[in-house]
Design a protein around this ligand. Structure first.
Ligand code: M6R
Length: 614
């Protein structure tokens, strides 16, 4: 939540930072701001409530020359999304500018002290305390005149999570950044350097990046970057190459990122499977970093995740239980550790997170590791906090996902969970080699099937436009169709602000069927599989009460058509793999529904892409 950028180099810094903010806007879009160090040594700040476009308008009317700048796009935590609460925040003397991602939990105590010492607070944010603390400690005391030392000393006094990026008007060649718990990446250029919440902030300028660890402070100068711990000791670290380019972070002719990302799903699945097959058709999964003996010793599996990633986890449970005969529990990460789950050395915990930064999932990882469980992160983000704090990381290879509503990352997660399930089955011997090979062959066919389904979306779009005024939509599924029903409902809620719920179809008689009124749209995920006969009964039950039934069915299967007002078709595949196809019309339905309502498909209200607060 919140996107931050810092730049020092020889280019017009405002443009570099605004470009970075455009790429980071998915992280929060309540307000945005920049501060540029002008050639005459003044910190010139502009900020505006609302989306980045508002700031864009403002800065294009204001000349802001300078080659050092910091910027911020906000998801409000402390203080409403107003101009006054927008970052950057300045100190009393306008010599210090600070942008911040995170929450400073002890800010009230710090504010009390600052106010007693005569500082005047001009916003309701927790962030502003940092500007005043820099003002004090840079002007007097043991860290006077030394900005990195000042920031290190302040970090020691802060509680909570933060990424801070700070500039001081007396330091024309220095931006200082610090991180605890939240993401910060350094971009390494020639004669210019960058910091950002993720690599998209600077990908247009450099593809060489360096990760920053917990409680480290980064000194960014034109000539180089130095990273120290909070004692000022320089830490060694390797840079890495970002292997996707700017095109991956741009709309490429689509009206919305989400529509582009939906179409990128065949590739996301292909890339996630890629390189994980041995020549003999079996799997290798070195990323798990477990010996075969340890894999055989696993006694239980927990999957922890939030939102759509949780739905991928539910599908992982079906796969692992079926193929490995291991007990699997799937937990919402926000509940996991408070329940005090029983974990131990023979527990495998799989943490699924697209961003790799979700606060609840990260805390679940820390809890699990504290209980000696082996933690595998399944994430889309190289070098993310969750991947770094887990015992092992398996990367989905969906590429950067910008739309707040997750699509290609989810399909890549489901694929990755199936790969994990098959690998565990292979090593534990619960499925023989031929069966593992055969499942992998089926999985390898999915990218083409996904591409085919995506060519059939016109009727789904038309349906969405027709349904757009429905106040409520229900989604029903059984077995692996159930997590997809949950996912369809979540997508519709977050994008179209429509009341939508997903249920196991067998449960509706126990209450939810009371929601059905004449014309209520009910989407039923009913591909051909063992439970279809029962599902058909459920379709009949809701139809008898006036529901408008929209059924996702397998090509050539007419058993459901007598009870369906609308049939959406998918090609045949193995039952366990159907989610990779049935999810597609639901993504398109929600995107088009939102579009028909005139809503912003990529940036739904009140949300942010990565939820880095608990
Ligand atoms: O980055 P993560 O996968 O940890 O994010 C988890 C959820 O916040 C995320 O899936 C969210 O539910 C999406 N907006 C759903 O589209």
């Amino acid at each position: 939540m919140c996107g931050i950028v810092g730049y020092v180099g020889d280019q017009p810094a405002l443009e570099v930072v605004m470009q970075g903010l455009r790429r980071l806007e998915y992280r929060g879009y309540d307000s945005a701001g920049v501060a540029v160090l002008s050639p005459d040594g003044q910190l010139v700040r502009e900020r505006k409530a609302g989306k980045l476009a508002n700031l864009d308008k403002l800065v294009s009317a204001t000349p802001m020359p300078g080659t050092l700048a910091i910027g911020h796009t906000r998801w409000a935590t402390h203080g409403a999304p107003t101009d006054a609460n927008a970052h950057p925040h300045l100190d009393c003397t306008n010599e210090v500018a600070v942008v911040h991602n995170g929450t400073i939990e002890n800010y009230e105590v710090l504010v009390d002290g600052l106010e007693r010492r005569g500082h005047v607070r001009r916003s309701e944010t927790d962030t502003e305390v940092v500007a005043h603390l820099v003002e004090e400690r840079f002007s007097a005391g043991p860290t006077a005149g030394d900005l990195p030392a000042t920031v290190r000393s302040i970090c020691r006094d802060l509680e909570g999570s933060f990424v801070l990026v700070i500039s001081h008007r007396s330091e024309p060649d220095l931006v200082v950044a610090a991180r605890r718990n939240l993401p910060l990446v350094v971009g390494l250029g020639e004669g210019e350097n960058f910091v950002g919440s993720d690599v998209t902030a600077f990908i247009a300028h450099t593809r060489r990046a360096r990760a920053v660890d917990q409680d480290q402070v980064v000194e960014v100068r034109r000539g180089g970057v130095r990273i120290t711990d909070l004692d000022g000791v320089e830490v060694a670290g390797e840079s890495y190459h970002v292997d996707w380019d700017t095109a991956a972070a741009e709309k490429g002719g689509y009206d919305f990122f989400m529509l582009k990302e939906i179409d990128e799903q065949p590739q996301a699945v292909r890339d996630t499977l890629g390189g994980r097959l041995r020549e003999d058709g079996l799997l290798h999964l070195d990323e798990l970093s477990m010996s075969d003996e340890d894999v055989r010793g696993i006694e239980q599996v927990f999957i922890v995740a939030c939102g759509s990633s949780y739905h991928s986890g539910l599908l992982g449970k079906y796969a692992i239980e079926r193929w490995c005969r291991l007990p699997v529990q799937v937990e919402m990460a926000s509940e996991f550790r408070y329940r005090d789950p029983v974990l131990g050395r023979n527990t495998l915990v799989i943490a699924i997170s697209q961003s790799g930064e979700t606060a609840d999932t990260l805390e679940a990882v820390r809890h699990a590791r504290g209980q000696k469980a082996w933690v595998l992160a399944v994430t889309n983000t190289l070098g993310s906090t969750i991947s770094r704090e887990s015992d092992a990381a398996l990367y989905t290879r969906a590429g950067p996902e910008v739309a707040v509503a997750s699509t290609k990352a989810v399909i890549a997660q489901i694929t990755a969970m199936y790969v994990v399930g098959l690998y565990l089955a292979q090593v534990r011997g619960t499925r023989d080699a031929d069966e593992v090979r055969s499942h992998m062959r089926d999985l390898s066919e999915l990218p083409d099937l996904i591409a085919e389904v995506l060519t059939r979306m016109e009727p789904v779009r038309a349906l969405a436009r027709e349904l757009k005024d429905s106040p409520r939509v229900l989604f029903l599924g059984r077995h692996v169709g159930y997590p997809i029903a949950l996912e369809g409902a979540l997508k519709l809620k977050e994008l179209a602000y429509v009341s939508a719920e997903g249920f196991p179809a067998g449960e509706i008689k126990h209450g939810p069927i009371a929601l059905i009124e004449p014309g209520t749209p009910v989407v039923v995920i009913a591909p051909r599989h063992a439970l279809q006969a029962k599902l058909i009964n459920n379709v009949q039950e809701v139809r008898a009460r006036g529901a408008r039934t929209i059924v996702i069915a397998t090509d050539g299967d007419d058993s459901v058509t007598p009870y369906a007002d609308v049939v959406l078709r998918i090609p045949d595949t193995k039952s366990l793999l159907t989610p990779l196809l049935t999810i597609l019309p639901l993504q398109v339905l929600s995107a088009e529904f939102a579009r028909a309502l005139g809503l912003d498909v990529d940036q739904p209200r009140n949300l942010a892409k990565s939820v880095t607060v608990e």
